[in-house]
Write a protein that binds this ligand. Sequence first.
Ligand code: 6R9
Length: 649
Amino acid sequence: MSDNVSKNVAKIISPRINEPTHVTSSQYDKLYAQSINDPDAFWAEQAKNLNWYKMPTKISNWSYDPVSIKWFEDGVMNICHNAVDRHVEAGKGDVVAMIFEPDDTQGEARHITYGQLLSDIIKMAGTLKKMGVKKGDRVTIYMPMIVEGAVAMLACARIGAIHSVVFGGFSPDALAGRIKDCQSRFVICGDGGWRGGKSVPLKANVDAALKQVDVDGVLVIKHSCIDIDMQDGRDYDYDEYSADVGDICPCEPMNAEDPLFILYTSGSTGSPKGVLHSIGGYATWVAATFKYIFDYKAGEIFWCTADIGWVTGHSYVVYGPLINGASQVIFEGVPNHPDFGRFWQIIAKHRVNIFYTAPTAIRALMREGDAPVKAHDRSSLRLLGTVGEPINPEAWRWYFDVVGEGKSPIVDTWWQTETGGVMISTLPGAHGMKPGSAGKPFFGIKPQLVDNEGNILDGATSGNLCITDSWPGQARTVYGDHERFIQTYFSTYKGKYFTGDGCRRDEDEYYWITGRVDDVINVSGHRMGTAEIESALVSHPLVAEAAVVGYPHDIKGQGIYCYVTLNAGEQHSDELVAQLRAHVRQEIGPIATPEHLHVTPALPKTRSGKIMRRILRKIAENDFAALGDISTLADPSVVDSLIEGRLNK
Ligand code: 6R9
């Protein structure tokens, strides 16, 4: 059991809240009860915070057996209109939407108003139309963390195209796989990006990916101004190609259940799944969660450090803040460049009020001590947030005491790509906090803990975390494979959405996420399927078999530990190990680089040939005393050789 769930840390911390919040404790209780007792009335009311061309009259219509999920199904809207146009129409065109902070500390920050953002989106939307992009087409976006990435997403949404953003750190092979899977005919990319002073060759990666799959057009946005190749008839320079595009491009009226985006995420089996979100429910969900959980008020500066390549960037950089008319920082760089004070320097420079980041970043910065934090003025901060993985109480305390000087509450937000937005979190002003616990269910969320047989567990207990009822932001399907959607999320425990996470509920009904209970590992807050890494390893000509497990890592939360066996006659060498690590990077991307590559003569298997991962996990953790029963192994002596290999690493 990791230290975030040990029972002696369950004291509630209630920070001083100086200003009124959107929701107080008694209001939360009342609103939560309403949202559970009459969800349709509750969400019909929330939907009124958005602009609809046709107001929905049918609110929810869902079933988990068979699986069919619809919200606001007769409503018509456009999410780009809600994120941008309506603020401009309401006279807020001069409000700053985004403050772009470049990677290079010598570079100027750029302030983009809602009015400017709207013109930029209209221009890009018109350009996409000129390229031939139509409603329903899939458009792959492979961009650095710059304003134009958000513009590209919103331009797609404006014309009814479905965006599929691929994180700029993914390799050409991974990009090609994602383009193929959703038959995307168009790509929008940067020439390159900057991270920590190093350039990321995005367009060159696209060129490499497009050796494996054809597309009709690539729109290239110049940002880093590195040398790139342009292929005639396929690649379009955005500045040149958009020169004659007019300044009118109306929002396409979309049905609430039309798809908005596909986002690939790793699961316990097979290749990454294209999780599909639809428009109306997602818009309502991210609007409500952003407002209540970050307790956003007009004029405040919000900053979420996530990249738009992840769901956190979709929901809390692009859609949630913009629908709420917020002003926010967009940062291209990394926390440790030019030094470990970069985040705090940006907070001071732009007077950030609400700061949202990942535990892995907090742990990495904590290791550098308090000095880099204290060197910068953080008096503007009033709320802190975390997302992506469980936060250990030590890191929580440092974030609270040192970064926030004990005066900013922390929201530890639990959610997933599939949930669209936050599901479990305390609300500032409504709840006290417990370091390491996400807290309470958001409005409309009914968590349930079950044992491995699916029996419902009541009271203070631990189990597998399921959600019994649908919510507006829920994913609707896996693109092109509804059966896989059903199998992955609704078949383990019939009639419930299974999250894949383990969880404890304490005496105060606070929820403590304990981590994945499936073969998914969480490296620096990024989900990796062990099966994906295994398949990358066995695609190397010298590898016979591979088994990948996660193990506790001080900074990253979990690290990747790979066991491989080689083809007969092949010899283990340092050079080969380096080659295999490079191979995984090439197949998936740098985020999947194995920490440990353990070449072993054999893997521990049962007599029926099943690899016993439990043993491999314990060996990776250096916990040799807890291997448990190994008598079912076909050859128990394998364990000794694995331990010897581990000790020699
Ligand atoms: C938003 C996001 C989802 C998985 C999820 C869980 C872990 C996310 C967490 C958390 C503990 C939190 N996770 N937030 N665990 N506390 N506050 O991260 O989506 O990339 O799909 O990952 O991340 O294991 O199942 P995604």
